[in-house]
Design a protein around this ligand. Sequence first.
Ligand SMILES: Cc1cc2nc3c(=O)[nH]c(=O)nc-3n(C[C@H](O)[C@H](O)[C@H](O)COP(=O)(O)O)c2cc1C
Length: 362
Amino acid sequence: MSGNTFGKLFRITTWGESHGRAVGVVVDGCPAGLALSAEDIQKELDRRRPGQSKASTQRKEEDLVEILSGLFEGKTIGTPISMIVWNKDADSGTYDALKNTPRPGHADYTYLEKYGIRDHRGGGRASARETVGRVAAGAIAKKLLVQEGIEIVSFVSELGGIKAKISSSDLSEIRAKAECNPIRCPDQDAANKMLQLLDQVRKDGDSLGGTVEIVAKGVPSGLGEPVFDKLDADIAKALMSLGAVKAVEIGAGLGSARLLGSQMNDPLIFRDGRIDFETNNAGGILGGISTGAPVFCRIAVKPTPSISRRQRTVDLVSSKEVEIGIKGRHDPAIPPRIVPVAEAMVAIVLADHLLRSRSAKL
Ligand SMILES: Cc1cc2nc3c(=O)[nH]c(=O)nc-3n(C[C@H](O)[C@H](O)[C@H](O)COP(=O)(O)O)c2cc1C
């Protein structure tokens, strides 16, 4: 496999399988002198950790991070930062029945077709467990970004067709509201309805999909490297590389196809003596370069493929069509769990481009 590294200057390589001994990440290119502790990483891993509510898988992992390299006296020293999290609560038994019957909607069939061999336990490398490394790396990226006044917030905006009403543009307020319910939706009324629906769907052995929004404020103008490493192109790749993400929108996104040019274009204005934009349909990016306005992204997340309801597949040994019902511990809906992971991926892209932007002109 050769697709495990992401980023140019701030570069991450994740490793490990769901039911292997451990998962982790190597972050290369983080500048020296950044104050960093295991607590900074742990805080973000705790947000990602499974088993915290009925809206997530019941796999119980402590997810305690160990930083193996790259730090001295509480600061980064410019060398690779290697981080490891041991897998402790893997229950591989429930996967034996799935060894020869690829799960519909999961990566079982394609991994086997491509490599001829796969670690079927817990989905192997295609499991959400892989995102531990992304979140750990994202925590470092976020620390870099905070120093530059960049803040990222993510939340669930829709689940099972129930839409949240977001009344505030204050990111701290949105985050506080989103983090106080298990759906991670800042609209408490909508979150209650989502939870109710999720409970019902889970009892039916099924799952729900939804949308997640990610907003980055304080992004300076000038990030993004045309033509192939445009900021929106790299964000799309970062988010699309997450399992279950089926679409990425920037700004007005898909809706822009239905607007007139006069509606879509964001008028340039002077605000407090500085150039600004009256609206932000561009989602903070023009020509692949950040405008200085908030970077706004939305992802569509499909319903969890592993469901206990009976589904049709094939038995690779008997060459017969069979029905399976998937046991094991799975997220009944992925959007609440993908929130800290999506945030981490956007942070990694912004940190990378922030460092790259410093060599753009003399
Ligand atoms: C945070 C997160 C949690 C997930 N949880 C589950 C899960 O519990 N069960 C499952 O079958 N898939 C889960 N997935 C989705 C699978 O990883 C994904 O559907 C699979 O790798 C196939 O990739 P694709 O859906 O992008 O084609 C999760 C994904 C993410 C990002």
